[in-house]
Ligand binder design. Structure first.
Ligand SMILES: Nc1ncnc2c1ncn2[C@@H]1O[C@H](COP(=O)(O)OP(=O)(O)OP(=O)(O)O)[C@@H](O)[C@H]1O
Ligand SMILES: [Mg+2]
Length: 192
C-alpha cells in the first residue's frame, strides 16, 4: 500500500510540474520522485541507493525539464551495471550547497567509460548501447537542459571498470537567457 502511495506521489511530483515554467523547488523532492519511479529497476538489478543530502535552499528551476534531466542520468547509471559482476552495486547521490549554488553528484560503481567514449557522451545520437534499444539523445538533451535552460554546469568523471560520477551544478536563482543582442543596423549613408 505504501509503495503505491509513494509511486502516486512521485508521479504527481514528476508530472504535475510540467509546463509550469520556472519555480522555486526543493531539489531533494525531485531526486526522490525520480528514485521512486526507477525503484523496481534498482531492486531488480540489486543496486543500493546511498543518499548523502545536505540541507539545500529552494532552487529556481523548470521542474518538468529538470526531472527529465535527472531521469536520463539515473537511467544511464542503472544501465551501467549491465553485464557487470559485483556484489556492492551502488548508486550514491550527494547534494551540497556552495554560496548561491547547489551541486548534485550522481555516482555509480558500474562499468565506467573509456576516455574515448567520455569525449562523445554529450553528442546527439551517440550511444554505445544495442542498436534499437537507445536513441543516444539522453545526455545531449540533459546537457542542453542544465547548461542552456538553467545556466548550470554538467560534468562527468569516469574510470573504466570502477564507475562514473555526473555532477550537476545549478545557480539557486534562475538566470534567464540574456536577450539576443540587437542586430546591428546598417548605418544609413549620410547624404550631404
Ligand atoms: N553512468 C554511465 N556509465 C557508463 N556509461 C555511461 C553512463 N552514462 C552514459 N554513458 C555512456 O554515454 C552514452 C550516451 O548516453 P545517452 O544517455 O546520451 O544515450 P543512451 O543511454 O545510449 O541512449 P538514450 O538516448 O536512450 O538515453 C551511453 O550509450 C553510454 O555509453
Ligand atoms: Mg541514456
Amino acid at each position: 500500500m505504501n509503495r503505491i502511495k509513494n509511486i502516486v506521489k512521485a508521479l504527481q511530483t514528476f508530472s504535475r510540474t510540467d509546463n509550469v515554467g520556472v519555480k522555486p523547488v526543493d531539489i531533494q523532492d525531485n531526486l526522490e520522485s525520480v528514485l521512486t519511479m526507477v525503484a523496481q529497476s534498482l531492486q531488480a538489478q540489486q543496486i543500493t541507493v546511498e543518499r548523502d543530502y545536505s540541507p539545500l535552499p529552494t532552487v529556481e528551476i523548470n521542474p518538468g525539464e529538470f526531472n527529465q534531466a535527472l531521469m536520463h542520468i539515473v537511467v544511464n547509471a542503472i544501465d551501467a551495471f549491465d553485464g557487470v559482476e559485483r556484489d556492492d552495486r551502488t548508486l550514491r547521490i550527494t547534494t551540497t550547497r556552495e554560496a548561491d549554488r547547489v551541486r548534485i553528484a550522481i555516482a555509480d560503481n558500474g562499468k565506467g567509460m573509456t576516455p574515448a567514449v567520455q569525449a562523445k557522451i554529450f553528442d546527439p545520437f551517440f550511444s554505445t548501447k544495442a542498436i534499437g534499444s537507445a536513441s543516444g539523445m539522453g545526455l545531449s538533451m540533459t546537457h542542453t537542459i542544465i547548461t542552456q535552460a538553467h545556466r548550470g554546469h554538467l560534468t562527468c568523471a569516469s574510470v573504466p571498470g570502477e564507475g562514473t560520477t555526473f555532477t550537476v551544478e545549478l545557480p539557486c536563482h534562475h538566470q534567464p537567457h540574456s536577450p539576443r543582442a540587437p542586430v546591428p543596423m546598417i548605418p544609413s549613408l549620410a547624404c550631404s
